[in-house]
Write a protein that binds this ligand. Structure first.
Ligand code: NI
Length: 137
């Protein structure tokens, strides 16, 4: 089995908060990421897929095809957007990196299966110190 990773980046705004909590409660749980006037991150997204070598091409998958799928379904929808208010696949979810990783998995999984390979991991780097990895369950 071979594992192949594509890195993409997007800049996006967000706020971590639960509408049913007061600003004070949100601030206590989420700290600076709950700023009511928003803030942004330079997110890095790593998409790792797995599959067998295609002996005809020498690839698991053409990485340009993989990049195009990620851009069309994730980057074009998130880059320079507000994750809370403008990203359809994050509607109704708290705008955490955990939820972002799980939502991106759900968005990409069918497109990657269509290529005859499998999604292995979605990794979100929110800051240099904070990373989340999701393996599909
Ligand atoms: Ni934040």
């Amino acid at each position: 089995m071979l594992y192949l990773t594509r890195r993409e980046t997007f800049n996006a705004g967000h706020r971590l908060f639960k509408p049913e909590w007061s600003d004070e409660e949100n601030s206590r749980v989420y700290g600076k990421c709950s700023n009511p006037l928003w803030h942004g991150h330079n997110y890095i997204l790593y998409v790792t897929v797995k599959g067998q070598l295609n002996p005809e091409t020498g690839f698991v998958v053409n990485i340009k095809t993989l990049s195009k799928i990620i851009r069309e379904h994730v980057i074009d929808k998130t880059d320079h957007m507000n994750i809370n208010t403008q990203v359809d696949f994050m509607k109704g979810r708290i705008a955490s990196s955990e939820n972002l990783a799980m939502a991106i998995w759900d968005v990409l999984d069918p497109h990657i299966k269509f290529l005859g390979i499998e999604l292995h991991c979605i990794k979100i780097v929110e800051t240099e110190n904070n990373h989340v990895e999701y393996y599909g369950n």
